[in-house]
Ligand binder design. Structure first.
Ligand SMILES: [Zn+2]
Ligand SMILES: [Zn+2]
Length: 344
């Protein structure tokens, strides 16, 4: 079977691999869709310290059970797979904080991922309830987007996005689009989408229809958000971009008691930003992070998609076979798509 295998930074190959064989409590699935995101591009370019090559990439996975052994899963069951695998036993996991499990492993990093015709779902995924049945009425491509939506759901839960909030989303990529849609589903009053890249902003704004699309290249974002909010600023600011400038600017966009979500991380060699701590103090700001998603977030995300609360089908702009995965990464890197999915 054809797989997309990471060998070294800059060296990702489409190659033939033997079909995996199921053992123990693993489940063998046929991958129908494995979607791509900025993380795949990052791995392609820079690798990742948790990946021991050669490793099949791909972590936004949906498919069909081929052989479930004695796990209770049956051939033909439609399933979505979590990307981040918590241990389920440590102090954080026992307190229900599975997204910050220090023993977390990941599909496509520690285990072969979904850019392959067949994939083993490790018993460890089943142990934490991480193999989810796809609700009727949604396709595999939509189900594969449940993983990034689960991460977005974790971020907005921590940032307490809710009824009546004015929300600024900085970064108009696929994650930014999901943030706009989820904020609406959670009752936000208005959602403003910001990006430096005008083409990407209009591509995304066309689909998710924010209340305003603000291009930072030719507009003063702080002025514009103040104008749109009668001088108050936003109740929630989400940085969905790996940008120090965006993180620093987030403080100037805040209303009093606003919440800032640093959803996108910064490059690990340059992660220090400047913050006026008095703004946080006097305006009672809350700053939260976001580190992936738990198995429960993935199930909730599938339900949000299935119920129509967060539609994702129209965000899938490109479908490519596994043999064109490198083209897919290039499309993602150029920001020329919203969501690109691989159909092995
Ligand atoms: Zn991803
Ligand atoms: Zn744990």
């Amino acid at each position: 079977m054809k797989v997309v295998r990471f060998h070294a930074p800059g060296d990702v190959r489409i190659e033939d691999a033997p079909e995996p064989t199921r053992t123990g409590g693993d489940v063998l699935i046929r991958v129908h869709n494995c979607s791509t995101c900025g993380t795949d591009v990052k791995i392609f370019k820079f690798g990742h310290h948790h990946i021991r090559p050669p490793r099949v990439m791909g972590h936004e996975i949906a498919g069909e059970v081929v052989d479930g052994g004695d796990t209770g899963w049956r051939a033909g069951d439609r399933v979505q797979v979590i990307a981040a695998i918590p241990c389920g036993r440590c102090g954080e996991c026992r307190r229900g904080r599975m997204t910050v499990c220090p023993n977390q492993e990941s599909m496509g990093y520690h285990y072969d991922g979904g850019f392959a015709e067949l994939m083993l779902v490790p018993a460890k995924v089943l142990a934490v309830d991480g193999l989810n049945r796809i609700p009727p009425g949604i396709g595999y491509a939509e189900a594969s987007v449940a993983e990034p939506l689960a991460c977005v759901l974790n971020g907005q839960t921590l940032a307490r996005v809710g009824e009546g909030d004015d929300v600024v989303v900085m970064g108009a990529g696929p994650i930014g689009c999901l943030h706009v849609r989820l904020a609406r589903a959670r009752g936000a009053a208005r959602v403003f989408l910001v990006d430096l890249n005008r083409e990407r902003l209009s591509l995304s704004a066309d689909r998710v229809r924010p209340d305003a699309a603000i291009c930072g290249a030719d507009t003063d974002v702080v002025d514009e958000v103040r104008k749109l909010t009668d001088g108050r600023g936003a109740d929630v600011v989400i940085t969905a971009a790996a940008s120090k400038a965006a993180q620093e600017q987030a403080f100037a966009l805040c209303a009093r008691q606003a919440r800032i979500s640093f959803f996108g991380g910064l490059p690990k060699d340059d992660p220090v930003i400047r913050v006026d701590s008095n703004l946080v103090h006097y305006q009672e700001l809350t700053i939260v992070g976001a580190n992936g998603s738990s198995p429960a977030h993935n199930r909730q995300a599938l339900d949000l998609i299935a119920s129509g609360a967060v539609p994702v089908a129209d965000l899938i702009t490109h479908r490519l076979p596994v043999t064109e995965a490198l083209d897919a990464f290039d499309i993602v890197a150029r920001g020329a798509a919203i969501k690109v999915t691989i159909e092995p």
